[in-house]
Design a protein around this ligand. Structure first.
Ligand code: ATP
Ligand code: FE
Length: 353
């Protein structure tokens, strides 16, 4: 089966062609057109600008994905598209584009949950067996999921405020490091003393797997202000703040990962923890999770970064996984700004099919 995937829920316009089936699929092409430059002056993604850029680029993106895969629309057997959650203007653009193609070629159309795409990626890249534990840590998300099937996700907990990537980006701004903040803080922290500033480990005293990162950011702000006697932070102060912040994030994620593993590992004799999202490329975070995996005798799996950050291959693959257990959505598919994963229901809102 050859399937076309489309993703446009945030600030990446993406299309991909996959061939295969659940458990074994080849990524024939995966095109991602970023919009970073368009949003650079606004300190974040501007929804209206993002939606317009998606609408402008989607057709070109699809054509490029088909070209790179060496196929034409006549070779496509099904279309998959992100139907939420995300910035609604972008999601609508993608859904409309996918509907147009499906209608023109009379193809089955599948609406896919963006988070299901991320969560099923380790099946595409490593063929991991269900159930596995997934830690999704990105600019927009942070959650622990037990993935037991193509449409079976149990959320054990997640952030109650900022996502870690968002916190890395905001803290980088506070201490005058460039964007994206994650890589900048990681590099800067290398020369820092993590113990110099006392920073909180939010929610560690609370049972369960929920996390919080916004208080940590405020704590960095306070420490920074106490140092700003002159107009500029010294580079050692920057490094110590970066190291202290990163160590706090590592501690929070580590403790919550241990708790999630304690819930998950009794469910299987072949435990595996998978990470995804841009923040999972942080080496301090990655090695901490890796050693926790070892503590629990679990495999540690990190898909290549290009498939961990937003892309359309994961959307096409999720549809391949799900088509065995549900019907296509067809023209009744609607775009959803919010769509919690563990409420995934095959019938779309307003679906008549
Ligand atoms: P989502 O996919 O959840 O909608 P997103 O597209 O913003 O969100 P990603 O592209 O997965 O998220 O990741 C980007 C985020 O990852 C940014 O916030 C960035 O600062 C962070 N990041 C990237 N590299 C690192 C790193 N080495 N350390 C920490 N954070 C990092
Ligand atoms: Fe994403």
């Amino acid at each position: 089966l050859t399937i076309l995937g489309i993703e446009s829920s945030c600030d990446d316009t993406a299309a991909a062609v996959l061939r295969g089936h659940a458990g074994s699929a080849d990524v024939m092409s995966s095109v991602v057109m970023g919009q970073t430059a368009l949003h650079a002056n606004f300190g974040g993604v501007v929804p209206e600008i993002a939606a317009r850029a998606h609408a402008e680029k989607l057709d070109l993106c699809v054509v490029q994905a088909l070209d790179k895969a060496g196929v034409g629309l006549e070779d496509i057997d099904a279309v998959a598209v992100t139907a939420g959650p995300g910035l609604i203007g972008g999601v609508v653009s993608g859904v409309m584009c996918a509907k147009g193609i499906a209608l023109a070629r009379d193809l089955p159309l599948y609406g896919v949950n963006h988070l299901a795409g991320h969560a099923l990626t380790p099946r595409l890249t490593h063929g991991v067996a269900f159930p596995y534990l997934m830690l999704l840590v990105s600019g927009g998300h942070c959650q622990f999921l037990i993935v037991s099937g193509p449409d079976e996700f149990k959320r054990l907990g997640g952030t109650i405020d900022d996502a870690p990537g968002e916190a890395f980006d905001k803290v980088a701004r506070l201490i005058a490091l460039p964007q994206p903040g994650g890589p900048a803080i990681e590099a800067c922290a290398f020369n820092g003393d993590a113990s110099r500033f006392k920073l909180p480990r939010p929610l560690l005293d609370r049972a369960g797997c929920d996390m919080s990162f916004s208080g940590l950011k405020t704590a960095v702000l306070r420490q920074r202000d106490s140092l700003l006697v002159e107009a500029k932070l010294k580079s050692q102060d920057q490094a110590d703040l970066a190291a202290g912040f990163q160590a706090a994030v590592v501690d929070v994620l580590s403790e919550k990962t241990r708790r999630a593993m304690a819930i998950y590992t009794p469910l299987t004799s072949t435990p595996a923890i998978c990470v995804a999202g841009g923040v999972a490329s942080n080496m301090a975070i990655r090695s901490a999770i890796q050693s926790i995996a070892a503590e629990f005798g679990a495999a540690f799996i990190a898909p290549p970064l290009a498939l961990c950050t937003d892309n359309a291959a994961m959307i096409a693959y999720a549809a391949l996984e799900q088509m065995g257990t549900r019907n296509p959505d067809g023209m009744a598919l609607s775009a959803r700004p919010r769509w919690p994963l563990d409420q995934t229901a095959p019938a779309m809102l307003g679906s008549g099919k």
